[in-house]
Write a protein that binds this ligand. Structure first.
Ligand SMILES: [Cu+2]
Length: 391
């Protein structure tokens, strides 16, 4: 409300100023003044431009001094180092050009402000000058493009065979990390195997994992639901309610059929066991834990809309697209402890965020990331396996 009021006031004031200028213009026309810009007006405008230019450069200097520390700190991944080098080179070049040209621009506006005694010189063209200002940007931009392409090719190169594969599953509005467990293979999963039922939450399978236990649990659950609905249908006499139950029943029968065919085809391919030892860590109750100096392949999936996995300290970002599996490979080079020491901040944690506005609780899609030494990671992983086996 406050914002709308301020907007209306701003529009009204702008309108009044515009009308006032028109009144001044019209009245000077009526009083017979020539429609010509005076030296006095040129002088005032020249000086205003110079003062603005100086203020602008001062502001530029101080904003770097005050706020540069709020930008991202050192990269915590292997590929982050060349990415930052590319960024610094590009920004460095832009800065040099900006710091050279902006002062010249404002200085010339002031120095050559309009004056009745001065006559502008007229130049049609200058070949030397044109070659000069075409060649330099061409060379500079070509170098930047080739530098950028080579970094990109390096960042997206095929990950090695022994990389650690972790799945990140996105949905409105949380993340679930899935680790492969002791067999080092992520089990099969498919959107058609997702099962969520408020009445029987024990059989829920939000990631659509296809294993013996998930499939048998959810086939059992949906069979129970179908049975209940069939009984309801028999005792229902209202035609409208009967129709409603019938349509729910038909949908559930279809779903049950789908679960069974998932189960059978995974069984035929021998895939039912692989996912049995997978470890699931939802963002609400756990962290994404990674070993240091080990290549990690994040396999990204989404249940509903497009999300984006963003880990700023590792310079990692990749979209999670429903119906598609995307991935990003990277190698963390600093443990959380080492990064805390570097920042001199013991409260620091790495983060995983969603970087695509994906709905009204988008800001909730946050997960803490912890990078541990290889040994500590193994200890953590076996702890997770133990807790899983207990449940
Ligand atoms: Cu999201």
């Amino acid at each position: 409300m406050d914002f709308i009021l301020k907007g209306i006031i701003f529009l009204l004031v702008s309108f009044i100023i515009f009308q006032l200028i028109r009144v001044v213009e019209l009245s000077s026309k009526l009083s017979g003044e020539k429609d010509e810009i005076s030296d006095k007006s040129n002088n005032i405008n020249g000086w205003i431009s110079l003062i603005y230019g100086v203020g602008y450069m001062l502001f530029f200097y101080f904003q770097v001094k005050w706020w540069n520390k709020l930008t991202l700190q050192a990269p915590a991944s292997e590929h982050g180092v060349p990415i930052d080098k590319l960024w610094d080179t590009t920004m460095g070049l832009i800065l040099v050009v900006c710091l050279l040209l902006q002062p010249i621009l404002f200085f010339f506006i002031w120095k050559y402000r309009g004056n009745k005694k001065r006559k502008a010189s007229f130049i049609t063209h200058n070949n030397k000058l044109e070659i000069f200002w075409t060649a330099i940007p061409t060379v500079v931009l070509s170098v930047l493009i080739f530098f950028g392409l080579s970094v990109w090719a390096d960042v997206t190169k095929k990950p090695s065979e022994d990389a650690l594969v972790i799945e990140l599953y996105a949905r409105q509005f949380d993340w679930t990390a899935r680790y492969a467990g002791s067999d080092n293979i992520l089990g099969a999963a498919h959107v058609s195997a997702i099962h969520e039922d408020i009445d029987e939450p024990s059989a829920n399978n939000p990631l659509g994992l296809i294993t013996k236990s998930t499939m048998s649990k959810q086939i059992q659950a949906i069979t129970n639901t179908i049975r209940k609905d069939s009984l309801k249908l028999e005792s229902e006499f209202n035609i409208a309610s009967k129709k409603k139950i019938e349509s729910i029943l038909a949908k559930n029968v279809e779903r049950r059929q789908r679960y069974i065919s998932n189960f059978v085809s995974a069984d035929e391919k021998g895939l039912l066991e692989q996912g049995e030892d997978d470890i699931l860590i939802p963002s609400g109750s756990g962290k994404l834990v990674l070993p240091v100096n080990k290549e990690i392949v994040l396999k990204l999936r989404s249940q509903d809309v497009i999300h984006s996995a963003y880990m700023p300290h590792f310079r990692v970002q990749m979209n999670c697209v429903p119906g598609l599996s995307t991935q990003f490979a990277f190698t963390p080079i600093m443990t959380t402890k080492e990064y805390q020491e570097y920042l001199k901040d013991t409260t620091f944690t790495y983060i995983l965020l969603c970087n695509k506005i994906c709905g009204n609780s988008h800001y909730n899609m946050y997960m803490e990331v912890e990078v541990k030494s290889e040994e500590d990671y193994q200890i953590w992983l076996s702890d997770q396996t133990e807790t899983k086996n207990k449940n």
